[in-house]
Design a protein around this ligand. Structure first.
Ligand code: FAD
Ligand code: PYC
Length: 417
Protein backbone atom coordinates (compact mmCIF):
# COMPACT_ATOMS: atom_id res chain seq x y z
CA UNK A 1 0.00 0.00 0.00
CA UNK A 2 2.71 2.39 1.07
CA UNK A 3 4.50 1.79 -2.24
CA UNK A 4 1.51 2.53 -4.42
CA UNK A 5 0.76 5.64 -2.35
CA UNK A 6 4.35 6.82 -2.85
CA UNK A 7 4.19 6.13 -6.58
CA UNK A 8 0.90 8.04 -6.82
CA UNK A 9 2.29 10.88 -4.76
CA UNK A 10 5.37 11.00 -6.97
CA UNK A 11 3.24 11.08 -10.12
CA UNK A 12 0.99 13.80 -8.71
CA UNK A 13 3.97 15.93 -7.76
CA UNK A 14 5.70 15.23 -11.07
CA UNK A 15 2.69 16.31 -13.10
CA UNK A 16 1.66 19.08 -10.74
CA UNK A 17 3.89 21.80 -12.19
CA UNK A 18 5.81 21.98 -8.89
CA UNK A 19 2.73 23.36 -7.08
CA UNK A 20 3.08 23.01 -3.33
CA UNK A 21 6.85 22.60 -3.45
CA UNK A 22 8.64 24.83 -1.01
CA UNK A 23 11.73 26.73 -2.14
CA UNK A 24 15.00 25.57 -0.59
CA UNK A 25 16.15 29.12 0.03
CA UNK A 26 14.46 32.53 0.07
CA UNK A 27 14.71 35.07 -2.75
CA UNK A 28 15.20 38.26 -0.74
CA UNK A 29 15.54 41.77 -2.08
CA UNK A 30 19.05 43.09 -1.45
CA UNK A 31 19.36 45.11 1.78
CA UNK A 32 21.20 48.47 1.63
CA UNK A 33 24.04 47.09 3.78
CA UNK A 34 25.51 43.89 5.21
CA UNK A 35 28.47 42.94 7.41
CA UNK A 36 30.01 40.97 4.52
CA UNK A 37 29.32 40.37 0.83
CA UNK A 38 30.41 37.44 -1.27
CA UNK A 39 30.60 37.94 -5.03
CA UNK A 40 29.81 34.70 -6.86
CA UNK A 41 27.23 32.03 -6.02
CA UNK A 42 29.28 28.96 -6.88
CA UNK A 43 30.19 26.31 -4.32
CA UNK A 44 33.17 28.31 -3.04
CA UNK A 45 31.16 31.52 -2.50
CA UNK A 46 28.09 29.83 -1.01
CA UNK A 47 30.31 27.71 1.22
CA UNK A 48 32.22 30.76 2.44
CA UNK A 49 28.93 32.47 3.36
CA UNK A 50 27.81 29.34 5.19
CA UNK A 51 31.03 29.08 7.25
CA UNK A 52 31.00 32.84 7.99
CA UNK A 53 27.57 32.38 9.56
CA UNK A 54 28.14 28.97 11.11
CA UNK A 55 31.68 29.26 12.47
CA UNK A 56 32.26 32.98 12.86
CA UNK A 57 28.80 34.26 13.83
CA UNK A 58 28.77 36.71 10.90
CA UNK A 59 25.20 36.28 9.67
CA UNK A 60 24.40 39.59 7.96
CA UNK A 61 25.92 38.24 4.79
CA UNK A 62 24.72 38.33 1.18
CA UNK A 63 25.91 36.17 -1.73
CA UNK A 64 25.57 38.10 -5.00
CA UNK A 65 25.24 35.92 -8.09
CA UNK A 66 24.87 37.37 -11.57
CA UNK A 67 23.04 34.29 -12.87
CA UNK A 68 21.69 31.36 -10.92
CA UNK A 69 23.20 29.39 -8.04
CA UNK A 70 25.72 26.84 -9.29
CA UNK A 71 25.35 28.01 -12.92
CA UNK A 72 29.10 28.64 -13.19
CA UNK A 73 31.84 26.05 -13.03
CA UNK A 74 30.31 24.41 -9.94
CA UNK A 75 27.53 23.00 -12.12
CA UNK A 76 29.76 22.41 -15.16
CA UNK A 77 32.64 20.34 -13.87
CA UNK A 78 33.36 16.62 -14.02
CA UNK A 79 33.34 16.37 -10.19
CA UNK A 80 36.69 14.67 -9.69
CA UNK A 81 37.95 14.91 -6.10
CA UNK A 82 41.53 14.07 -5.10
CA UNK A 83 44.37 15.55 -3.08
CA UNK A 84 47.52 14.09 -4.70
CA UNK A 85 49.34 17.40 -5.29
CA UNK A 86 53.12 17.64 -5.05
CA UNK A 87 54.19 20.35 -2.62
CA UNK A 88 53.69 20.44 1.15
CA UNK A 89 51.56 23.60 0.96
CA UNK A 90 49.23 22.03 -1.60
CA UNK A 91 49.05 18.69 0.21
CA UNK A 92 47.82 20.56 3.31
CA UNK A 93 45.34 22.61 1.29
CA UNK A 94 43.77 19.83 -0.78
CA UNK A 95 43.83 17.23 1.97
CA UNK A 96 42.04 19.72 4.26
CA UNK A 97 39.25 19.69 1.64
CA UNK A 98 39.34 15.91 1.09
CA UNK A 99 38.90 15.31 4.81
CA UNK A 100 35.85 17.61 4.81
CA UNK A 101 34.11 15.82 1.91
CA UNK A 102 33.46 12.69 3.94
CA UNK A 103 31.35 14.56 6.52
CA UNK A 104 29.78 17.13 4.21
CA UNK A 105 26.39 15.44 3.67
CA UNK A 106 25.92 15.21 7.44
CA UNK A 107 27.18 18.75 8.01
CA UNK A 108 24.69 20.20 5.50
CA UNK A 109 21.94 17.61 6.03
CA UNK A 110 21.96 17.36 2.23
CA UNK A 111 23.18 14.36 0.26
CA UNK A 112 26.14 15.58 -1.80
CA UNK A 113 26.71 11.98 -2.94
CA UNK A 114 30.41 11.95 -2.14
CA UNK A 115 31.68 8.67 -3.58
CA UNK A 116 35.33 7.82 -2.79
CA UNK A 117 35.59 5.26 -5.58
CA UNK A 118 39.27 5.88 -6.34
CA UNK A 119 41.03 8.15 -8.82
CA UNK A 120 43.55 6.47 -11.13
CA UNK A 121 45.98 8.68 -13.08
CA UNK A 122 47.51 6.80 -16.00
CA UNK A 123 51.15 7.03 -17.05
CA UNK A 124 51.83 6.61 -20.77
CA UNK A 125 55.47 7.70 -21.05
CA UNK A 126 58.67 7.29 -19.06
CA UNK A 127 58.31 10.93 -18.08
CA UNK A 128 54.79 10.27 -16.72
CA UNK A 129 56.11 7.32 -14.73
CA UNK A 130 58.88 9.40 -13.18
CA UNK A 131 56.57 12.31 -12.34
CA UNK A 132 53.81 10.16 -10.84
CA UNK A 133 56.20 8.05 -8.79
CA UNK A 134 57.68 11.24 -7.43
CA UNK A 135 54.16 12.39 -6.52
CA UNK A 136 53.44 9.08 -4.80
CA UNK A 137 56.57 9.40 -2.64
CA UNK A 138 55.94 13.08 -1.87
CA UNK A 139 52.31 12.43 -0.98
CA UNK A 140 53.14 9.53 1.31
CA UNK A 141 55.77 11.62 3.07
CA UNK A 142 52.97 14.12 3.77
CA UNK A 143 50.55 11.47 4.99
CA UNK A 144 48.46 11.82 1.80
CA UNK A 145 47.16 8.56 0.35
CA UNK A 146 48.59 7.61 -3.06
CA UNK A 147 50.03 4.37 -4.47
CA UNK A 148 51.76 3.18 -7.61
CA UNK A 149 50.11 0.45 -9.71
CA UNK A 150 51.67 -1.68 -12.43
CA UNK A 151 49.78 -1.79 -15.77
CA UNK A 152 48.22 -5.12 -14.76
CA UNK A 153 47.17 -3.77 -11.36
CA UNK A 154 45.70 -0.72 -13.07
CA UNK A 155 43.65 -2.98 -15.33
CA UNK A 156 42.51 -5.08 -12.39
CA UNK A 157 41.31 -1.90 -10.71
CA UNK A 158 39.49 -0.72 -13.85
CA UNK A 159 38.65 -3.86 -15.87
CA UNK A 160 37.41 -2.03 -18.99
CA UNK A 161 40.79 -0.33 -19.43
CA UNK A 162 42.94 -1.52 -22.38
CA UNK A 163 46.62 -1.36 -21.49
CA UNK A 164 48.43 -2.71 -24.57
CA UNK A 165 48.16 -2.57 -28.38
CA UNK A 166 46.89 0.98 -28.22
CA UNK A 167 48.31 4.31 -29.30
CA UNK A 168 49.00 5.23 -25.69
CA UNK A 169 50.19 2.07 -23.91
CA UNK A 170 49.63 2.18 -20.15
CA UNK A 171 52.93 2.00 -18.23
CA UNK A 172 51.31 2.16 -14.80
CA UNK A 173 49.23 4.52 -12.74
CA UNK A 174 48.99 6.48 -9.51
CA UNK A 175 45.92 5.55 -7.51
CA UNK A 176 44.35 7.59 -4.74
CA UNK A 177 41.75 5.23 -3.33
CA UNK A 178 40.10 7.89 -1.15
CA UNK A 179 39.53 10.21 -4.12
CA UNK A 180 36.33 10.04 -6.15
CA UNK A 181 33.36 12.15 -7.15
CA UNK A 182 30.40 14.06 -5.67
CA UNK A 183 27.19 15.48 -7.09
CA UNK A 184 28.11 19.04 -8.09
CA UNK A 185 24.63 20.66 -8.05
CA UNK A 186 23.95 19.17 -4.64
CA UNK A 187 27.06 20.88 -3.28
CA UNK A 188 25.78 24.28 -4.41
CA UNK A 189 22.21 23.61 -3.29
CA UNK A 190 23.27 22.11 0.03
CA UNK A 191 25.44 25.10 0.92
CA UNK A 192 22.75 27.52 -0.31
CA UNK A 193 20.02 25.93 1.80
CA UNK A 194 22.20 25.68 4.89
CA UNK A 195 23.47 29.27 4.56
CA UNK A 196 19.95 30.57 4.00
CA UNK A 197 18.77 28.78 7.14
CA UNK A 198 21.44 30.70 9.10
CA UNK A 199 20.15 34.03 7.75
CA UNK A 200 22.42 34.54 4.72
CA UNK A 201 20.68 36.35 1.82
CA UNK A 202 21.27 34.60 -1.51
CA UNK A 203 20.59 37.08 -4.27
CA UNK A 204 20.46 35.67 -7.78
CA UNK A 205 20.31 37.74 -10.98
CA UNK A 206 22.43 40.38 -9.29
CA UNK A 207 25.59 41.22 -11.21
CA UNK A 208 28.37 43.13 -9.50
CA UNK A 209 29.40 46.00 -11.78
CA UNK A 210 31.69 48.02 -9.53
CA UNK A 211 33.60 48.01 -6.24
CA UNK A 212 32.86 50.91 -3.88
CA UNK A 213 35.76 52.43 -1.95
CA UNK A 214 35.80 54.63 1.17
CA UNK A 215 37.94 57.79 1.35
CA UNK A 216 40.52 55.71 3.22
CA UNK A 217 40.81 53.45 0.18
CA UNK A 218 39.19 50.53 1.99
CA UNK A 219 36.34 48.66 0.40
CA UNK A 220 32.89 50.11 1.14
CA UNK A 221 30.63 47.74 -0.80
CA UNK A 222 29.68 47.01 -4.38
CA UNK A 223 27.63 48.47 -7.21
CA UNK A 224 25.24 45.96 -8.76
CA UNK A 225 22.56 45.74 -11.41
CA UNK A 226 20.13 45.93 -8.45
CA UNK A 227 21.68 48.99 -6.85
CA UNK A 228 24.54 49.77 -4.48
CA UNK A 229 25.08 47.46 -1.49
CA UNK A 230 27.41 48.58 1.27
CA UNK A 231 29.64 46.34 3.42
CA UNK A 232 33.04 46.68 5.15
CA UNK A 233 34.13 43.24 3.86
CA UNK A 234 33.80 41.90 0.31
CA UNK A 235 34.98 38.43 -0.72
CA UNK A 236 35.39 37.77 -4.45
CA UNK A 237 34.85 34.14 -5.48
CA UNK A 238 34.03 34.50 -9.17
CA UNK A 239 36.23 31.83 -10.84
CA UNK A 240 36.75 32.69 -14.55
CA UNK A 241 35.55 36.27 -14.02
CA UNK A 242 37.73 37.06 -11.00
CA UNK A 243 40.13 39.28 -12.93
CA UNK A 244 37.20 41.27 -14.37
CA UNK A 245 35.94 42.03 -10.86
CA UNK A 246 39.38 42.75 -9.43
CA UNK A 247 39.90 45.19 -12.30
CA UNK A 248 36.90 47.13 -10.92
CA UNK A 249 38.96 47.66 -7.75
CA UNK A 250 42.08 48.57 -9.70
CA UNK A 251 43.87 45.34 -8.72
CA UNK A 252 45.63 43.38 -11.47
CA UNK A 253 45.76 39.62 -10.92
CA UNK A 254 47.86 37.09 -12.85
CA UNK A 255 44.97 35.04 -14.25
CA UNK A 256 44.23 33.73 -17.72
CA UNK A 257 40.66 32.65 -18.44
CA UNK A 258 40.07 29.74 -20.81
CA UNK A 259 37.12 27.53 -21.78
CA UNK A 260 37.29 23.97 -20.46
CA UNK A 261 34.86 21.45 -21.90
CA UNK A 262 33.12 18.27 -20.87
CA UNK A 263 30.44 15.99 -22.26
CA UNK A 264 28.23 13.07 -21.22
CA UNK A 265 27.12 9.94 -23.01
CA UNK A 266 23.72 8.34 -23.08
CA UNK A 267 23.11 6.49 -19.78
CA UNK A 268 24.18 2.85 -19.54
CA UNK A 269 24.19 0.25 -16.77
CA UNK A 270 27.02 0.44 -14.21
CA UNK A 271 30.21 -0.36 -16.11
CA UNK A 272 32.81 2.05 -14.84
CA UNK A 273 33.76 1.56 -11.17
CA UNK A 274 36.22 4.40 -10.62
CA UNK A 275 37.65 7.61 -12.04
CA UNK A 276 40.41 7.43 -14.66
CA UNK A 277 42.46 10.41 -15.74
CA UNK A 278 44.93 10.40 -18.58
CA UNK A 279 46.81 13.64 -18.25
CA UNK A 280 49.20 13.42 -21.16
CA UNK A 281 46.37 12.79 -23.60
CA UNK A 282 43.91 15.22 -21.99
CA UNK A 283 40.96 13.00 -21.15
CA UNK A 284 39.24 11.86 -17.96
CA UNK A 285 36.20 9.74 -17.33
CA UNK A 286 33.83 8.45 -14.66
CA UNK A 287 30.21 7.25 -14.59
CA UNK A 288 27.47 9.29 -12.96
CA UNK A 289 24.78 7.76 -10.76
CA UNK A 290 22.37 8.29 -13.66
CA UNK A 291 24.58 6.01 -15.78
CA UNK A 292 26.02 8.65 -18.09
CA UNK A 293 29.73 8.49 -18.78
CA UNK A 294 31.12 11.85 -17.78
CA UNK A 295 34.06 12.76 -20.00
CA UNK A 296 36.28 15.81 -19.85
CA UNK A 297 38.77 17.41 -22.20
CA UNK A 298 41.67 19.85 -22.03
CA UNK A 299 41.51 23.64 -22.07
CA UNK A 300 41.19 25.55 -25.31
CA UNK A 301 44.45 27.07 -26.45
CA UNK A 302 43.06 30.62 -26.47
CA UNK A 303 41.61 33.00 -23.86
CA UNK A 304 37.85 33.45 -23.98
CA UNK A 305 34.75 34.10 -21.88
CA UNK A 306 32.43 32.00 -24.05
CA UNK A 307 31.12 28.99 -22.15
CA UNK A 308 31.50 26.67 -25.16
CA UNK A 309 34.98 26.08 -26.57
CA UNK A 310 36.10 24.48 -29.82
CA UNK A 311 34.74 21.06 -30.90
CA UNK A 312 38.18 19.83 -32.00
CA UNK A 313 39.14 19.68 -28.29
CA UNK A 314 36.26 17.37 -27.37
CA UNK A 315 36.91 15.28 -30.49
CA UNK A 316 40.50 14.79 -29.31
CA UNK A 317 39.32 13.71 -25.84
CA UNK A 318 36.85 11.22 -27.35
CA UNK A 319 39.54 9.72 -29.57
CA UNK A 320 41.69 9.16 -26.50
CA UNK A 321 38.80 7.65 -24.52
CA UNK A 322 37.98 5.24 -27.37
CA UNK A 323 41.61 4.09 -27.49
CA UNK A 324 41.68 3.37 -23.77
CA UNK A 325 38.16 1.94 -23.59
CA UNK A 326 37.32 0.50 -27.04
CA UNK A 327 33.92 -0.75 -25.86
CA UNK A 328 32.75 2.88 -25.58
CA UNK A 329 33.12 3.45 -29.33
CA UNK A 330 29.45 2.62 -29.88
CA UNK A 331 28.15 5.00 -27.23
CA UNK A 332 26.27 8.11 -28.31
CA UNK A 333 27.07 11.43 -26.72
CA UNK A 334 24.14 13.34 -25.22
CA UNK A 335 25.42 16.85 -24.65
CA UNK A 336 28.54 18.94 -24.17
CA UNK A 337 29.28 22.27 -22.52
CA UNK A 338 32.10 24.52 -21.40
CA UNK A 339 33.03 26.56 -18.36
CA UNK A 340 35.51 29.42 -17.91
CA UNK A 341 38.48 28.44 -15.78
CA UNK A 342 40.88 30.93 -14.14
CA UNK A 343 44.45 29.72 -14.45
CA UNK A 344 47.43 31.17 -12.53
CA UNK A 345 51.05 30.94 -13.72
CA UNK A 346 51.90 28.32 -11.07
CA UNK A 347 48.54 26.48 -11.31
CA UNK A 348 47.87 27.05 -7.61
CA UNK A 349 45.03 29.18 -6.27
CA UNK A 350 45.09 32.66 -4.74
CA UNK A 351 43.28 32.62 -1.40
CA UNK A 352 43.75 35.62 0.85
CA UNK A 353 43.84 39.37 1.30
CA UNK A 354 44.35 41.94 -1.46
CA UNK A 355 46.05 45.36 -1.46
CA UNK A 356 42.57 46.91 -0.87
CA UNK A 357 41.66 46.69 2.85
CA UNK A 358 38.47 44.67 3.33
CA UNK A 359 38.66 43.08 -0.14
CA UNK A 360 39.46 39.36 -0.15
CA UNK A 361 40.13 37.08 -3.12
CA UNK A 362 39.54 33.39 -3.74
CA UNK A 363 40.41 32.44 -7.32
CA UNK A 364 42.91 30.71 -9.59
CA UNK A 365 41.57 27.22 -9.00
CA UNK A 366 41.72 26.78 -12.73
CA UNK A 367 40.66 23.35 -13.89
CA UNK A 368 40.71 21.83 -10.41
CA UNK A 369 38.69 23.78 -7.83
CA UNK A 370 35.65 21.56 -7.39
CA UNK A 371 37.61 19.12 -5.25
CA UNK A 372 38.63 22.00 -3.00
CA UNK A 373 35.15 23.46 -2.48
CA UNK A 374 34.56 22.73 1.25
CA UNK A 375 38.17 23.39 2.23
CA UNK A 376 38.50 26.58 0.23
CA UNK A 377 35.16 27.91 1.48
CA UNK A 378 36.12 27.13 5.06
CA UNK A 379 39.51 28.86 4.75
CA UNK A 380 38.09 31.84 2.86
CA UNK A 381 35.50 32.42 5.61
CA UNK A 382 38.29 32.25 8.20
CA UNK A 383 40.38 34.78 6.24
CA UNK A 384 37.45 37.20 5.89
CA UNK A 385 36.42 36.86 9.53
CA UNK A 386 39.95 37.28 10.96
CA UNK A 387 41.24 39.70 8.31
CA UNK A 388 44.19 37.31 8.15
CA UNK A 389 44.80 33.98 6.44
CA UNK A 390 44.47 30.64 8.17
CA UNK A 391 47.91 28.88 8.36
CA UNK A 392 46.77 26.43 5.64
CA UNK A 393 46.09 29.14 3.04
CA UNK A 394 48.81 31.56 4.20
CA UNK A 395 51.21 30.52 1.36
CA UNK A 396 48.57 31.09 -1.35
CA UNK A 397 48.96 34.87 -1.50
CA UNK A 398 48.67 37.21 -4.45
CA UNK A 399 52.10 38.58 -3.52
CA UNK A 400 53.84 35.28 -4.29
CA UNK A 401 53.83 36.21 -7.97
CA UNK A 402 55.74 39.38 -7.10
CA UNK A 403 58.04 37.76 -4.54
CA UNK A 404 58.71 34.55 -6.44
CA UNK A 405 57.40 32.12 -3.80
CA UNK A 406 55.57 30.08 -6.41
CA UNK A 407 53.90 26.74 -5.66
CA UNK A 408 54.29 25.07 -9.04
CA UNK A 409 51.61 22.41 -9.38
CA UNK A 410 51.51 22.25 -13.18
CA UNK A 411 52.06 18.49 -13.14
CA UNK A 412 49.46 17.76 -10.45
CA UNK A 413 46.94 20.18 -11.92
CA UNK A 414 46.94 17.47 -14.54
CA UNK A 415 44.74 17.17 -17.57
CA UNK A 416 44.30 20.74 -18.50
CA UNK A 417 47.79 22.18 -18.38
P1 FAD B 1 31.83 29.07 -10.00
O1 FAD B 1 30.95 27.91 -9.70
O2 FAD B 1 32.13 29.36 -11.42
O3 FAD B 1 31.19 30.32 -9.28
C1 FAD B 1 31.54 31.66 -9.60
C2 FAD B 1 30.27 32.42 -9.78
O4 FAD B 1 30.55 33.80 -9.91
C3 FAD B 1 29.51 32.01 -11.03
O5 FAD B 1 28.27 31.44 -10.68
C4 FAD B 1 29.35 33.32 -11.80
O6 FAD B 1 28.11 33.44 -12.45
C5 FAD B 1 29.54 34.35 -10.69
N1 FAD B 1 29.96 35.67 -11.17
C6 FAD B 1 30.92 35.96 -12.07
N2 FAD B 1 30.98 37.28 -12.27
C7 FAD B 1 30.05 37.83 -11.44
C8 FAD B 1 29.63 39.17 -11.19
N3 FAD B 1 30.17 40.23 -11.83
N4 FAD B 1 28.66 39.38 -10.28
C9 FAD B 1 28.09 38.34 -9.61
N5 FAD B 1 28.43 37.06 -9.84
C10 FAD B 1 29.41 36.82 -10.73
N6 FAD B 1 37.56 20.80 -10.70
C11 FAD B 1 37.81 19.65 -10.01
O7 FAD B 1 38.29 19.70 -8.89
N7 FAD B 1 37.53 18.43 -10.54
C12 FAD B 1 37.04 18.31 -11.81
O8 FAD B 1 36.76 17.19 -12.26
C13 FAD B 1 36.82 19.47 -12.56
N8 FAD B 1 36.36 19.38 -13.82
C14 FAD B 1 36.06 20.51 -14.51
C15 FAD B 1 35.49 20.37 -15.77
C16 FAD B 1 35.05 21.48 -16.46
C17 FAD B 1 34.43 21.32 -17.82
C18 FAD B 1 35.20 22.78 -15.88
C19 FAD B 1 34.71 24.01 -16.60
C20 FAD B 1 35.81 22.93 -14.64
C21 FAD B 1 36.24 21.79 -13.93
N9 FAD B 1 36.80 21.87 -12.65
C22 FAD B 1 37.08 20.74 -11.95
C23 FAD B 1 37.09 23.18 -12.05
C24 FAD B 1 35.97 23.59 -11.09
O9 FAD B 1 34.72 23.47 -11.73
C25 FAD B 1 36.14 25.01 -10.59
O10 FAD B 1 37.47 25.25 -10.18
C26 FAD B 1 35.22 25.26 -9.39
O11 FAD B 1 33.93 24.75 -9.63
C27 FAD B 1 35.16 26.73 -9.11
O12 FAD B 1 34.13 26.95 -8.18
P2 FAD B 1 33.69 28.40 -7.84
O13 FAD B 1 32.60 28.32 -6.85
O14 FAD B 1 34.90 29.20 -7.52
O15 FAD B 1 33.23 28.98 -9.25
O1 PYC C 1 41.60 18.64 -11.07
O2 PYC C 1 41.24 16.50 -10.88
C1 PYC C 1 41.13 17.58 -11.48
C2 PYC C 1 40.38 17.61 -12.73
C3 PYC C 1 39.89 16.55 -13.37
C4 PYC C 1 39.27 17.04 -14.47
C5 PYC C 1 39.40 18.38 -14.50
N1 PYC C 1 40.09 18.71 -13.40
Amino acid sequence: MQRSFSAWSLLRRGLGGQRGWSAQWRSPEPQPSYDALIVGGGGHGLGAAYYLAREHGIRRVAVLEKGWIGGGNTGRNTTIIRSNYLFDESAALYDHALQMWSGLSQELNYNVMFSPRGVLMLAHTVHDVQVFRRHVFANRANGVQNEWLSPQQAQAFCPVLKITDIRYPVLGGALQRGGGTARHDAVAWGYARAADALGVDIIENCEVTGILRADSGAVAGVQTTRGAIRAPKVGVSAAGHSSVIMDMAGVRVPLSSYPLQALVSEPVKPIFPCVVMSNSIHAYISQSDKGELVIGAGTDAYNSYTQRGGPHITAHALEAICELFPMFRRLRMLRCWGGIVDVTPDRSPILGKTPVPGLYLNCGWGTGGFKATPGSAHLFAWTIAHDAPHPVNAPFTLERFRDGNLIDEAAAAAVAH
